[in-house]
Structures are given as structure tokens and as C-alpha cells.
Design a protein around this ligand. Structure first.
Ligand SMILES: Cc1cc2nc3c(=O)[nH]c(=O)nc-3n(C[C@H](O)[C@H](O)[C@H](O)COP(=O)(O)OP(=O)(O)OC[C@H]3O[C@@H](n4cnc5c(N)ncnc54)[C@H](O)[C@@H]3O)c2cc1C
Length: 420
């Protein structure tokens, strides 16, 4: 650490923790230490080698908004591969979007982008008008239908519900808007969608290799004070820091210290959804790279049903072609989800030879509509830096590596200014 440098502790070495650590070391001489409770970095990214194939159980794609991440991938020697255009109900995605009602897709796209920009701008105020807060809390489908955006609704069935980002009938339009921006619309229509050939896990490991990461660090307690913050680990060791970054779920962070009022309010306002990814083998299922099923992404979606699947490779020893199948878990257990999956695959004229591995993720922190109406978003901005603590991750931007990284790019200059 150079003279004048400060000590920064980051709780969590998932994409949020690692990307903010990288930005801080690029832009300052402060020393950065990451505390990660698991034995590996990368959080919800998990690449597993299965014979010749690399299977992504968690994070899979980059789109145009993953600019900074793709830059780092190139620097770290990761090969970025474009995926084959995917289909929905067996037809190209663009044809599916065009089957929605109303004006041509390009016109709807422009109307949507303008309405989105106007609302997000209003929400940047520290005291947004109640009408803007009410609009942000409106269920996505209601907001879209009021504006006759039937084709954008079809697009959101795939890019919002189909990716586990909420049922359009209930999810506040704010969530859909944070993810569905111009970059996403262009990436979807021009198929600018990529995957890292060496896998996301390898990327995060390379990114972390020169960082001070404490794996399997079990933080027992954090004591904040005006003079600094003391992190006490389960083995009794302790270290002091000048700033804290919460890059883990804020409700669990709050359990490690005396939470502020904002930390309590944000923790209470969030409901975590889930996402289940199951690796199966089959000899007689689809041959495309990715298939989506629209009937399981309709507003009012039922958990458990098969929303999409990705063909990953071939392994005769494991029973044939390998597929990752995606389901919303709801309250189902892992074995119940497998049973439903078998029925869903059979319904599509195929059969499962083997169920190889299943991951059920804590996914998509959805804000309660009522909390949005009461100004949650402004509060989440205003609490940055309170008691020397900064916040990032899926809760504070949106559940995607691109949104998290963009959030961090905006946060780091403020954090560095506060540390001067
Ligand atoms: C199936 C699936 C598919 C996805 N596909 C994509 C995609 O295609 N593109 C995309 O951009 N994103 C995708 N995502 C989303 C992306 O993976 C997440 O948005 C991202 O991982 C969230 O990063 P995070 O750092 O906020 O949280 P996490 O990834 O959850 O990381 C949080 C970290 O904090 C650690 N932690 C928790 N508690 C503590 C504690 N007490 N002490 C220390 N450490 C702690 C955890 O172990 C974890 O490592 C996908 C996710 C899933 C599950």
C-alpha cells in the first residue's frame, strides 16, 4: 500500500466484489481485501467440466452491456464465443417478438426506450414525485399494455420472465426496465450474445489472481466506528479497515453488525426468488443450441415448469447429449423439480436418460412494490457511504453481471472521493 492509501474490506467475492475490487485497484493505491465465505470466488458463476464439455450452471452470457467485463475477459486471455441465434417455440426469437400485438417492433422499441428513459430520469431525484414512484411500482404487464407495447411484452416474456427476473403480472416495471435497455434490445435482435469458452469460473479466478482474497473466511462480527471498522473472524483473528463494501446480500450483512435504519429497510423490502439449473442427458431432444418455451413464461407463470434449455455437448457415458434445463423453483424441493422436469421433457416428445447435477440458486432480489412507492430506490442511493459503508451487488442494481459492473463504475469515484 502506498503512503496515504487506505484499507478497504469487501464482503463477498462474487461478481460484485471482484469487479469493484478490480476498479478500485485500477483507479487508486488503496489496499483492498476480499472476505469470501465459500472455498471459491465467482458467486453465482459456476462452470463445471464434464468430460470434454464445460457446463455453465450459473452465469452464462454476455451481451453488449457487458463492455467492461468483455474487455477484462480479453485482457485475461478468455475467448469470447458468439452463441447460435436461439429459438422460442421453435421459431427465431425476432419472429416470436413480432407475433405480439400493436405497432411494428422498431416503433415499439423507440416508444419503450423513451418512456423508460423518462421514468428512470425522474427516479434519479432525491425526492421523486409520487406519480413516478407509483409508475415504477406498476406490474410490468399492466404498464406495457397501457402503452400498447405488445411486442415488447413478448420480448420481456423471454428476457425477463424466461431469465428468472419475475412474473410480468406482478414484477414492478422498474425491474424489467433496469435490465431491458437499448443494449439488450439490440443484442437480442442482432444476436450479439456471447459465452466465455474457458468458462466464467476461470475468468473470475484469473481476475482474482493478484487480489488479496480470503477464502472460507467466516466473518463472525463487524464493529463499525468513526475511527474505522473491525472485522472479527470465527477463528478469533481480527483486522481493521477504513471502509467497508457490502457485496453480499444486505440482509445477511446486517446480521453481522448493528444495522442502520436503511440497511434494515432494504433487507425487509427484498424478496429473493430462485432459479434451478439441472444438467440432464437425452438422446432424443432438440438439436438447436438453446430453446425457450413461451407457454411457461406467460404472465402468471407457474413455478416448476420448464422455461428453457441449452444443449451443452455429448457424453455417451452419461447417456447422450447434455442439456441444462431451467426452472423457477417456487417452493418445490430439488427432487420434485426433477419429477416435473421429466414430465415437461416427455410432453415435448423426448426422454431424460440421466439427471447428472442440479443447482438451486438464490436469485433475483425483487423489491416489494410498496417499498418502491415509499422511495426505496432513492434511499438505496442515499445510504451509500453512510457509516463508511458502501453497497453493491444484485440487490443494488439488477441480477446481471453487466448491471452490477455498471453500478460499480458509477460508485467507485464517489467512494474514492469520500476516502480523500
Ligand atoms: C442460472 C443463472 C444464470 C445466470 N445467467 C447470467 C447471464 O447470462 N449473464 C449475467 O450477466 N448474469 C447472469 N446471472 C446472474 C449473475 O450470476 C449474478 O447477477 C451475479 O452472480 C451476482 O453477483 P453478486 O456478487 O451480487 O452475488 P453473488 O454471485 O451471489 O456473490 C455473492 C458472494 O458473497 C459471498 N457471501 C455471502 N455471504 C457471505 C458472508 N457472510 N461472508 C463472506 N462472503 C459471503 C457468496 O459466497 C458469494 O460468493 C445468472 C445467474 C444464475 C444463477
Amino acid at each position: 500500500m502506498k503512503p496515504g492509501g487506505k484499507r478497504i474490506a469487501i464482503l463477498g467475492a462474487g461478481p460484485a466484489g471482484l469487479t469493484i475490487a478490480r476498479l478500485l485497484t485500477e483507479q487508486s493505491d488503496h489496499s483492498v481485501t476480499l472476505f469470501e465465505k465459500s472455498h471459491r470466488v465467482g458467486g453465482k458463476s459456476l462452470s463445471v467440466r464434464q468430460g470434454e464439455d464445460l457446463i455453465e450452471f450459473g452465469t452464462c452470457y454476455t451481451i453488449m452491456s457487458h463492455r467492461r467485463v468483455m474487455e477484462w475477459m480479453r485482457e485475461e486471455g478468455i475467448t469470447i464465443q458468439q452463441i447460435v441465434p436461439h429459438k422460442i417455440d421453435g421459431i427465431p426469437a425476432r419472429d416470436f417478438f413480432n407475433s405480439g400485438s400493436g405497432a411494428p417492433l422498431a416503433i415499439q422499441g423507440i416508444r419503450y426506450v423513451i418512456a423508460r428513459r423518462n421514468l428512470l430520469k425522474k427516479l434519479e431525484s432525491d425526492t421523486p414525485a409520487q406519480a413516478a414512484l407509483d409508475e415504477a411500482a406498476t406490474p410490468a404487464v399492466e404498464w406495457l399494455r397501457a402503452r400498447k407495447l405488445g411486442k415488447i411484452e413478448k420480448m420481456m416474456m423471454r428476457t425477463v420472465t424466461g431469465m428468472g427476473y419475475g412474473d410480468l403480472q406482478t414484477v414492478p416495471i422498474l425491474h424489467a426496465m433496469r435490465w431491458v435497455d437499448m443494449d439488450l434490445i439490440l443484442s437480442g435482435t442482432l444476436n450479439k450474445i456471447y459465452m466465455p469458452a474457458e468458462g466464467w469460473s476461470e475468468f473470475w479466478e484469473r481476475l482474482a489472481q493478484n487480489m488479496d482474497v480470503r477464502l472460507e473466511a467466516h466473518v463472525r462480527h463487524i464493529e463499525r466506528s468513526a475511527k474505522g471498522h473491525r472485522i472479527v473472524l470465527a477463528d478469533g483473528t481480527e483486522e481493521s479497515f477504513d471502509a467497508l463494501i457490502c457485496a453480499m446480500p444486505v440482509d445477511r450483512f446486517s446480521a453481522l453488525l448493528e444495522p442502520t435504519e436503511s440497511e434494515r429497510i432494504v433487507g425487509d423490502a427484498i424478496h429473493w426468488g430462485g432459479f434451478a439449473t439441472t444438467l440432464i442427458s437425452s438422446e432424443d431432444w432438440f438439436e438447436e443450441q438453446i430453446e425457450y418455451y413461451s407457454e411457461t413464461c406467460l404472465p402468471g407463470v407457474e413455478p416448476g415448469l420448464l422455461m428453457s434449455a441449452r444443449r451443452e455437448g455429448y457424453d455417451a457415458g452419461l447417456g447422450g447429449h447434455l442439456y441444462i434445463a431451467n426452472q423457477l423453483p417456487g417452493d418445490y424441493t430439488g427432487p420434485e423439480l426433477v419429477e416435473i422436469l421429466r414430465e415437461e421433457v416427455t410432453k415435448r416428445g423426448a426422454s431424460i436418460n440421466a439427471v447428472i447435477q442440479q443447482e438451486v440458486w438464490e436469485y433475483f432480489p425483487e423489491y416489494a412494490a410498496d417499498a418502491i412507492r415509499k422511495g426505496l430506490v432513492a434511499r438505496m442511493r442515499q445510504m451509500q457511504g453512510e457509516r463508511g459503508t458502501w453497497y453493491t451487488g444484485a440487490t443494488f442494481s439488477h441480477e446481471s453481471v453487466a448491471n452490477i459492473c455498471i453500478h460499480n463504475e458509477a460508485l467507485v469515484p464517489k467512494l474514492l472521493a469520500a476516502l480523500k
